[in-house]
Design a protein around this ligand. Structure first.
Ligand code: DGY
Length: 334
């Protein structure tokens, strides 16, 4: 008699071959119709499941996991995991994993795209052209801010922040950063990056990129007071998470030209966007796509699946998921 396979949920549509791979080990309840599951629907679908492959939009908190004794693994297809209540998962003996490393360079590439588009007014220029407003050349038409030779401020100097700093070398930029902990001196030297206080970072950066994780401590890390410290010629790029920036305060600063422009890939309460951001021209808006290259999204899906297979003691890495957020659970597993 063959043993029954454990059941897992995949909360949203993903690559069909990744579902097929999971099906070698599990009964898979997949959501290839890509219906967004609210908390009640998610909890209902998790009943009896041993694990879940989730994404950054799935809120999995104490309420969702309460009364689900079979649930042993929550594997996020994202490096950020502010959607997971880690203390609640740990208390319930549930292993949580994320997908670091595989998206670092793709996300940094996109940060660069957003920085260039913002500083050089690329989307605004395209809207101008498409609207039929381009009638003649003029010396001050859609002039922007230089990137080459300017200063790049990085708030949050983890993997993606460091990948941005490496790119800055090719643009002759002076790199400043602020982080919870300072990098070792040899890493600073290799990146040609100078540690400064948060206030100095705000005051001195020509272009400021946010790549810090979201947490209660980083909520509205950039609000009206911080924006007031920035140069009127500066740009602000948010690649990290909505909620790190007070989007209402940012829209007001953009409208009043207290900073030059912003590029945002993430928003407070996304997929909703603060209505005032939609009315100011000097902001480039993209729908949380920084990691969205074909190769990287595949790598993220496969890493999340590998983590799920390993966390539920199946497959070649059985018992050893590669990116565990709460390793203390692994030591005392049910
Ligand atoms: C991540 O991996 O955290 C990206 O923001 C995609 O959600």
């Amino acid at each position: 008699m063959t043993a029954m396979k454990p059941s897992v949920l995949v909360t949203r549509a993903i690559f069909p071959d990744v579902i097929d791979r999971l099906a070698q080990y599990f009964e898979v309840d997949s959501n290839q119709d890509d219906v967004v599951l609210d908390a009640a629907a998610l909890k209902g679908r998790l009943a009896g499941k041993a694990g879940v492959l989730a994404n950054a939009a799935d809120k999995i908190d104490a309420g969702v996991v309460a009364g689900l004794p079979a649930l042993r693994a929550v594997c996020n297809m994202a490096v950020g995991y502010n959607n997971l209540d880690i203390p609640a998962l740990t208390a319930a003996g549930i292993v949580a994993t994320n997908t670091p490393d595989v998206l670092t360079e793709t996300t940094a590439d996109f940060g660069w795209a957003l920085l260039m588009a913002t500083a050089r007014r690329v989307t605004e220029s395209e809207h101008y052209l498409r609207a039929g407003k381009w009638e003649r050349w003029s010396y001050d038409m859609l002039v922007g801010m230089d990137v080459y030779g300017s200063s790049l401020g990085i708030l949050g100097m983890g993997r993606i922040g460091q990948a941005l700093a490496r790119r800055a070398a090719g643009f002759g930029m002076q790199v400043l950063y602020h982080n919870r902990s300072r990098l070792p001196a040899d890493t600073e030297r290799a990146l040609n990056a100078r540690y400064v206080s948060k206030a100095e970072l705000l005051q001195q950066s020509d272009h400021l990129v946010l790549v810090l994780p979201y947490s209660p401590e980083s909520h509205h890390a950039i609000g009206a007071a911080e924006l007031a410290l920035m140069k009127p010629t500066a740009t602000l790029i948010n690649l990290a998470r909505g909620g790190i920036v007070d989007d209402g305060a940012l829209a007001a600063a953009l409208r009043d030209r207290r900073i030059f422009a912003a590029g945002l890939d993430v928003f407070e309460g996304e997929p909703r966007v603060h209505p005032d951001l939609l009315t100011v021209p000097n902001v480039v808006l993209t729908p949380h796509i920084a990691s969205a290259s074909e190769k990287t999204r595949r790598a993220m899906a496969n890493l999340a699946a590998d983590n799920l297979i390993a966390a539920l003691d199946a497959g070649p890495q059985s018992g050893k998921p590669s990116s565990v957020i709460n390793p203390e659970v692994m030591a005392h597993r049910r």
